[in-house]
Design a protein around this ligand. Structure first.
Ligand code: PGA
Length: 249
C-alpha cells in the first residue's frame, strides 16, 4: 500500500548521550542511513546535545533534530527550564510534548501539555504530542476514551493550519519489551485519525511508540494508519536505529 504521508522515524534518546557521544552517534548513523527523500528522521537528544546534533546533520535535509521537553514559558525566573525559542536557536525543529515519562514522573497535566504545545507552535517549531493509556486503563476497556481525551485536551484550541505530529505510545509498552500488536496499534491509530479528521487535521502524521525494535518496525509501519515510529531504547545505538529507519512498510 502506498501511503500519502511521508513516514517519520523518530528517536527519543531520553537521558542518554551528551555532546561527544552525540557526535559519535551521527558519524556512524549518517554513514549507515544514506539520504532519502521518502522518509523523515527526527532525533531527540538531551537538550545540551542539540547543538552538536544539529551541526552533525547540517548537510542532511532528511534528518531533523528536536528537544524532549520545553517550558511553556518564554523567559523569566524558571530555574532549570529551556524555552522553545532557545531550542530553535540551538538548531532544533521539533519538540516532544506530553511524553508519558513527563506525565508520570514529572507530574505534567493535560493543561501543561496544551500550554507547551502552544509555546512550541508559537516558536515556529513542530510539537510531537504524545498520548497513551496505562495497562490498567486498557484492561478496563478505557484505552480509547483516555487517548481521545488526552488528544482533545492537548489540541483544544488548535486547528488544521498548524503543523503537528501525534504519537500514540501505550504506557504499558514503553521500555517494557511489550509492543502493541500491529492490529491493536492500527485500531487506536484509526480512532485517532478519525478524531483528527473531525478537526480538519486528517493530514497530521500519527506515530506509534513503545518497544519498537528492528524486528517489529516493518510490521507496524505496514498498518495503514501508522505513519511512523517513535523509538526509545532502540534509537540510542546507531546500528539498531539505522535498521529501524531502513524498515519499509
Ligand atoms: P521504548 O520508548 O522504545 O524504549 O519503549 C519509547 C518512548 O518512550 O518514546
Amino acid at each position: 500500500m502506498t501511503k500519502i504521508r511521508t513516514p517519520v522515524l523518530a528517536g527519543n534518546w531520553k537521558l542518554h548521550r551528551g555532546p561527544s557521544a552525540t557526535r559519535e552517534f551521527f558519524e556512524r548513523f549518517t554513514a549507515l542511513h544514506l539520504p532519502r527523500t521518502d522518509a523523515t528522521v527526527i532525533v531527540f537528544p538531551p537538550a545540551v546535545s542539540i547543538p552538536a546534533a544539529a551541526d552533525a546533520v547540517r548537510d542532511r535535509q532528511d534528518i531533523a533534530i528536536g528537544a524532549q521537553n520545553v517550558s511553556a514559558e518564554r523567559s523569566g525566573a524558571f530555574t532549570g527550564e529551556i524555552s522553545a525559542e532557545m531550542v530553535r536557536d540551538a538548531g532544533g525543529r521539533y519538540v516532544l510534548v506530553g511524553h508519558s515519562e513527563r506525565r508520570q514522573l514529572f507530574g505534567e497535566t493535560d493543561r501543561d501539555v496544551a500550554n507547551k504545545t502552544r509555546a512550541v507552535l508559537g516558536a515556529g517549531l513542530v510539537p510531537v504530542v504524545c498520548v497513551g493509556e496505562t495497562l490498567q486503563q486498557r484492561r478496563s476497556g478505557e484505552a480509547e476514551r483516555v487517548v481521545l481525551e488526552q488528544l482533545a485536551a492537548a489540541l483544544g484550541s488548535f486547528d488544521s493550519a498548524e503543523a503537528l505530529v501525534l504519537a500514540y505510545e501505550p504506557v504499558w509498552a514503553i521500555g517494557t519489551g511489550e509492543t502493541a500488536t500491529p492490529a491493536d496499534a492500527q485500531t487506536m491509530h484509526a480512532a485517532i485519525r478519525s478524531a483528527l479528521g473531525e478537526r480538519g487535521m486528517a493530514k497530521v502524521p500519527v506515530l506509534y511508540g513503545g518497544s519498537v525494535k528492528p524486528d517489529n518496525a516493518a510490521a507496524l509501519l505496514a498498518e495503514p494508519d501508522v505513519d511512523g515510529l517513535l523509538v526509545g531504547g532502540a534509537s540510542v545505538e546507531p546500528d539498531s536505529f539505522a535498521r529501524i529507519c531502513a524498515a519499509r512498510a
